[in-house]
Each structure stands twice: as structure tokens, then as C-alpha cells.
Design a protein around this ligand. Structure first.
Ligand SMILES: Nc1ncnc2c1ncn2[C@@H]1O[C@H](COP(=O)(O)OP(=O)(O)O)[C@@H](O)[C@H]1O
Ligand SMILES: [Mg+2]
Length: 524
């Protein structure tokens, strides 16, 4: 992948912070957007800033850069070291949090006070009172208490004094220095051959996006030791390792690109649309002024390749594919679902350029269109989050959504300008049905020339692609049990035994066709 596509369309540039004074950490690159967000919070005199993160070192690195940049001294308190001034010595008598807070009250002038893991002490009345007193005094100057912990729940009286800052996961540029360091170190220790060039190493960093920094570097180290070489195959190994790690999270799953347009029969118009827009992802196309496409919605008859073609877009464009599991968004805690969706969309932007695949999108947002439903409020808020994001995002995240029941979707989603195009996938015609037989016979190691494909194609009028595939699969079982080779006759017998959905659910299909005609573009 060209390097220029990694910087989120030029929006986020990264700067390198000075090395941490006393640690052996790799030089950390700081995300300029996060740097600016936090700077704004400090400059606007927020007395308490909370940060929920497990990446303490990375966050401290960001604060160090910011402290140098703003010329405001940085103090850090932890239970083991007490309070220390950055690049200075520990402050005597600050082991206890309460003493440290009393000390902070005595330090005059501007300051950033990072308090690690203090969330758990905030229930202590003395501590809570001191924090509130400090917050009161802090409002007039650039003095901020920054509370960082894996999870923070402040008492209500402190909650209303505080703002939260989302550190997010590192992007490829932030990971790059660590990646280089791990390669240099493991490569040297194990005397590994290194044949990967600079763009290959950048790709490695990109493939680790989605993981916290230390986990990313650990994964790389593990893959390096197992693989024994720094070569092109390591890039894939790292991607596989990340996929198996992110799968556990369940929300946004990086999917291996296993489908391409070669696997899809028909849908010619949709395929041409997609193929034509590939150039908008290239630096040349962008220089020419092509705007990257935003997304498509694919609807239509069940089993006709909607999910397949959505997945295949990533293969066609040679970019990553990530699936958003809309069902797993729902959380019983108020506000948690929106947070999860934000996190997933955030991550998708980090993976850019990427195809974000939301299958059966109506499942997450359907009730947003109806009122009176218990879930309606929640799905409305989720929908609003998604629509705002669709409007605002700058990075190349192409949304490929499918829907079996577009009628269930709220009208806001279908309004002009949301999706670049809404495609309707209908039952295949005779020519495409023949292609479907050829394709799926070949997929199972059979030569289509040995079959009467035309005869088969005319026998399956009204069948979907999935039903045609199913007839072949069932035929293979029959042939095997009869100790015969698969033949046209055997498949025809299976076809005669099948009642396709277009027969059993004729009204439904006529109905969606009718509805879709004026509102969508035919995929074929
Ligand atoms: N147009 C097609 N070309 C190739 N295979 C198809 C096509 N339509 C359906 N299939 C086969 O049927 C399976 C199910 O199709 P799918 O994409 O899940 O349908 P949908 O999402 O429209 O319900 C696919 O994985 C594929 O094997
Ligand atoms: Mg589907």
C-alpha cells in the first residue's frame, strides 16, 4: 500500500516526542490530533481531566510532549514513587495521596498534575474534599489534575467538575518507532535476515493497528520469533495474529480478504461502479481531484450475493476489510452502546484505508424508524452517531452495508447523499444462472464443460445464487453416497426437489421489488 494513504487523508500528521528521560521505552511518536485535543482541554482551564486507559506509558509520553510544548511543568504521582517533577527529583513527603494533594496546593503557577490510579481513592472523603478544593482553585489558571486509570468512576461531586479525554488506540505512525525498535533488537539478538524495505515495515505497523501499543509490539515480537525472518511473509503473519486477537473483542472484527469479484456472478453494474472508484484511493487519483467514495447500501432478494459482493469490494481494491457486528453493539448500560459504536468507528478510521462491512444493517438500526419500541431510543441514538460519522469522517473508510429488509431502515439513512448509491440485487437471469453453475462447480473441483450448464440454468428459473450453490452441494452428497461422479442428472434431480424462496415467499419478493424500483439502482 502506498505510504501516503496511511496518514488519514493528510488530516493527522504525527510528530515525534523527545525521548523519555529515564526509560528504555522506544521513542514514541505522538498523534498530533490527540495532542491538540488534550492541549485544548488544558488551555481551556479544565481543572480535572480523566483518562480511561491501560496505556499509561503512552499517555505519559503524550503529556511530556505537551508539557514541553506548552511550557507548563509536569508532575506525576503514583503510589510507589510519590510525586515527581518530570526531569526533576521526587518531592519529599508525598507518598500518600492526601499529602501529595496538599503539596499540589502549595505549588504555585501553571502545572499539569498526572495522578495515576487514584480513581480508587476518590471514595475517601479527605481525598475527595481535597480534589474538590483544588478544582475550585484551578479554574483561573492553566492548572490541571489529570486522573488516569484503566477504569474511572468518580463520585458525583467530582464528576461534574471533570471532563474526559479519550486516548484511543495508536495509529500506524505512532506504532512505527516501536516496530523499528523491535525489529532491530530481535533481529540483532537472533541474527535474523532482514529483507523488508521501509514500505514493508510501514505495512507491518499498519497491520498492527487496532491493538494497544505494548500488545502490538508483543505480537510482533512473537511473530518474529516464530517466523524467523523479516520478510514479506511476516506482514501476513502479523495480520493473522492481529485478527485472532481482535476477534475476541467481537465489536469490530478484521476479516481476511477471501473474496474477490472473480467469485461473484452477475451484479455487473455494481462491480463496474466499484472498479471505477478504485482509482480514487490512489495518490494519483487524489491529486487529480477524485473524492474517495463513502459507501454503498446493497439490498434485495435473499441469497443473491449481497454479503458476498460487499466483502469482495475489499479484495477488489486491495485494502483491509473489517466487519462491524451491529448486534454486539447493544449493551444494557446507558450510554455504553454509543461508546462502543464510537470506539468501533474510531478504530475503523485508524485502519484506514479499509472497507467497513456492516451486514444486515437493519438489525442494529431498524427500530430507530419506529416509535413506541423499547429499543427505539437507543437505536435512534446509535443511528445519529453513525450518520454524523458518515458525514464527518475524513479518512478512507468505505462503508459497505447490506440489508435484507430495506423497508425496516429509517428514512434518514436512505436520504440522498448518505450513501453514494443504493443497489438492488435481484434474482439472477438465465445467463447469470449459467455463470453461477460454472463458478460453483469449479469451486468444488468440477469441470463445468462436463455438464449441460444451459439445461441446468433453465431448470433453476427463480432460484437464488445460494439455492443454486445448495443444489450442487446436495448433488455432491447424493453422488458420493451412490458411488457415482456428480452429473447433470443428479443436480437436476436436486433442483426438482427444491422449492425456491421465490415460490414460497413470492409476495415478499414482489413487494420488495415494487418498493425498490423507484428508490434504488439495479446491481445488474
Ligand atoms: N451472485 C453470486 N455470485 C456467486 N455466488 C453467489 C451469488 N449469489 C449467491 N451466491 C452464493 O450464495 C452464498 C450466499 O450469498 P449471500 O451473499 O450470503 O447472499 P445475501 O447476502 O444476498 O443473502 C454466497 O456465499 C455464494 O456462495
Ligand atoms: Mg447476507
Amino acid at each position: 500500500m502506498p505510504n501516503d494513504m496511511n496518514d488519514n487523508g493528510g488530516r493527522i500528521k504525527n510528530i515525534v516526542s523527545p525521548p523519555a528521560a529515564s526509560s528504555t521505552q522506544p521513542r514514541l511518536a505522538v498523534n498530533a490530533q490527540k495532542h491538540d485535543e488534550l492541549k485544548l482541554l488544558i488551555n481551556s482551564r479544565n481543572p480535572i481531566i480523566t483518562v480511561e486507559t491501560t496505556e499509561e506509558d503512552r499517555f505519559e509520553g503524550l503529556l511530556q510532549t505537551l508539557s514541553a510544548d506548552l511550557g507548563i511543568p509536569l508532575f506525576t504521582w503514583t503510589i510507589t514513587t510519590g510525586m515527581t517533577k518530570w526531569k526533576g527529583s521526587p518531592i519529599y513527603g508525598t507518598d500518600e495521596l492526601e499529602q501529595a494533594l496538599a503539596n499540589i496546593a502549595l505549588i504555585h503557577g501553571e502545572g499539569i498534575f498526572l495522578l495515576c490510579d487514584v480513581a480508587r481513592y476518590c471514595d475517601n472523603d479527605h481525598v475527595a474534599r481535597r480534589l474538590r478544593d483544588l478544582a475550585d482553585a484551578f479554574r483561573t489558571e492553566r492548572r490541571s489534575l489529570v486522573i488516569s486509570a484503566a477504569s474511572i468512576k468518580l463520585p458525583p461531586e467530582l464528576e461534574c467538575e471533570s471532563v474526559s479525554f479519550d486516548l484511543g488506540l495508536p495509529d500506524a505512525n505512532e506504532l512505527l518507532p516501536g516496530v523499528n525498535q523491535v525489529i532491530a533488537q530481535v533481529g540483532h539478538d537472533q541474527r535474523l535476515p532482514i529483507t523488508l524495505d521501509v514500505s514493508g515495515i510501514a505495512q507491518l505497523a499498519h497491520n498492527l493497528v487496532g491493538l494497544p501499543e505494548q500488545e502490538a509490539l508483543r505480537t510482533l515480537r512473537k511473530c518474529l520469533l516464530a517466523h524467523g525472518k523479516v520478510d514479506a511473509a511476516l506482514i501476513d503473519a502479523v495480520l493473522d495474529a492481529k485478527h485472532s486477537l481482535t476477534r475476541e473483542d467481537g465489536l469490530l472484527e478484521a476479516v481476511r480478504r477471501d473474496a474477490s469479484f472473480a467469485d461473484v456472478a452477475g451484479l455487473q453494474h455494481l462491480r463496474e461502479w466499484v472498479a471505477k472508484r478504485k482509482s480514487a484511493l490512489t495518490p494519483e487519483g487524489q491529486r487529480f481531484g477524485l473524492a474517495p467514495p463513502k459507501g454503498i447500501l446493497i439490498t434485495g432478494v435473499q441469497g443473491c450475493g449481497k454479503s458476498l459482493v460487499a466483502r469482495a469490494v475489499a479484495g477488489e481494491w486491495g485494502i483491509e476489510l473489517a466487519r462491524l457486528d451491529a448486534g454486539s453493539l447493544y449493551d444494557k448500560f446507558v450510554g455504553e452502546s454509543e461508546k462502543r459504536l464510537h470506539r468501533a468507528l474510531d478504530l475503523a478510521e485508524k485502519l484506514s484505508p479499509v472497507v467497513l462491512w456492516i451486514d444486515e444493517i437493519e438489525k442494529a438500526f431498524a427500530s430507530a424508524g419506529t416509535s413506541g419500541d423499547a429499543d427505539a431510543g437507543l437505536s435512534q441514538r446509535l443511528l445519529a452517531t453513525l450518520l454524523t460519522w458518515m458525514q464527518d469522517r475524513q479518512s478512507i473508510v468505505f462503508l459497505a452495508a447490506t440489508s435484507n429488509n430495506i423497508r425496516a431502515l429509517p428514512p434518514e439513512m436512505l436520504r440522498k447523499g448518505r450513501f453514494d448509491e443504493i443497489f438492488f440485487v435481484d434474482l439472477p437471469n438465465a445467463e447469470i444462472r449459467a455463470q453461477l453453475f460454472t463458478l460453483h462447480l469449479k469451486k468444488r473441483g468440477r469441470d463445468a464443460a462436463a455438464f449441460d450448464v444451459q439445461k441446468l440454468a433453465s431448470a433453476v428459473e427463480g432460484f437464488s445464487g445460494a439455492e443454486i450453490e445448495q443444489a450442487i452441494v446436495a448433488g455432491l452428497y447424493t453422488a458420493f453416497s451412490q458411488k457415482q461422479q456428480l452429473s447433470t442428472e443428479i443436480v437436476l434431480a436436486e433442483i426438482r426437489d427444491t422449492r425456491p424462496l421465490s415460490v414460497t415467499r413470492k409476495e415478499d419478493i414482489d413487494d420488495i421489488r415494487e418498493w425498490a424500483k423507484p428508490r434504488t439502482v439495479p446491481a445488474d
